[in-house]
Design a protein around this ligand. Sequence first.
Ligand SMILES: NC(=O)c1ccc[n+]([C@@H]2O[C@H](COP(=O)([O-])OP(=O)(O)OC[C@H]3O[C@@H](n4cnc5c(N)ncnc54)[C@H](OP(=O)(O)O)[C@@H]3O)[C@@H](O)[C@H]2O)c1
Length: 283
Amino acid sequence: MKIVITGASGLVGTHLAHHLAAKHQVLPLTHADLDITERGSVRRLILNERPALIINCAVVSVDECERNPALAQAVNVAGPQALAETAAELEAEFLHFSTNYVFDGVREGQVPYTIDDEPYPINVYGMTKLAGERAVRAAASKCFIVRTSWVYGAGKDSFLGTVHRHLLAGKQVRAITDVWASTTYVDDLVVRTEELLTRRHYATYHVVNSGVCSYEEFARLSARLVGVADTEANKLIEVVYEANMQRLARRPRSTPLRCLVSEKLGLVPLRDWPTALAEYVAK
Ligand SMILES: NC(=O)c1ccc[n+]([C@@H]2O[C@H](COP(=O)([O-])OP(=O)(O)OC[C@H]3O[C@@H](n4cnc5c(N)ncnc54)[C@H](OP(=O)(O)O)[C@@H]3O)[C@@H](O)[C@H]2O)c1
């Protein structure tokens, strides 16, 4: 089928476009190709291309949302809404990515959040992502929402994606010890996303690797997996608290996810995060 992907040069968009291109006609649109906040351009391009499916990967990052709430509203809410409305006009399917940051993370005991839990975002990113979910759900009936969390993989210079390389090179890293979430290897995310598309069950999914960790735990396992001894890792990993980081946006403290809909559909949970991480660092 013909698939349009917006925000296609980001981490998720790049990997998804590559994965889906094996079986489908994929039109990957970068920010330069289509600014999703330009409503007229969105309609013109999509109605002209007439895809059977639109996948939106465009987003404004967490701290940038805090810095520029108007941009966050435009990209995380109005843009997805325009895409979803155009999809509905074509009777096309629409898939939109969202986030664990729709939850406040205050719950004790690391009990995973499911779609039965009421979202309470605590930063502009989470608020606009939640508003985006609601806008696309209202606009398009054939709509998948895929909430994911702490995604890493080749091509993005994030902490999770690069910490193993830094440690192997003997570089000092700072790792937060008091924030926990589910991590998601982007290769697993794109495979599960395709599986969900083939099921055609329109719902809100939580797609993450099984288990939960802090950034510190992720860094320590990354070190071990690339052969850095624990004594060396102890010297290289500076353990810090979220409060020390003085990041612009507050982060929810603990937001592991679990997918009730996939379980109902009989899909096995994604492999656990240590196994996924081992495959990533070995590549
Ligand atoms: N990465 C994670 O850890 C994570 C966690 C939870 C949920 N998610 C969700 O997963 C989805 C994809 O995230 P990602 O990690 O792939 O993000 P990313 O790597 O930051 O990519 C986002 C892309 O959106 C593009 N973009 C920004 N504004 C745009 C606009 N107005 N029109 C069109 N494109 C625009 C960016 O292009 P420019 O850079 O050129 O502006 C960039 O290529 C998002 O919905 C995000 O909320 C990600």
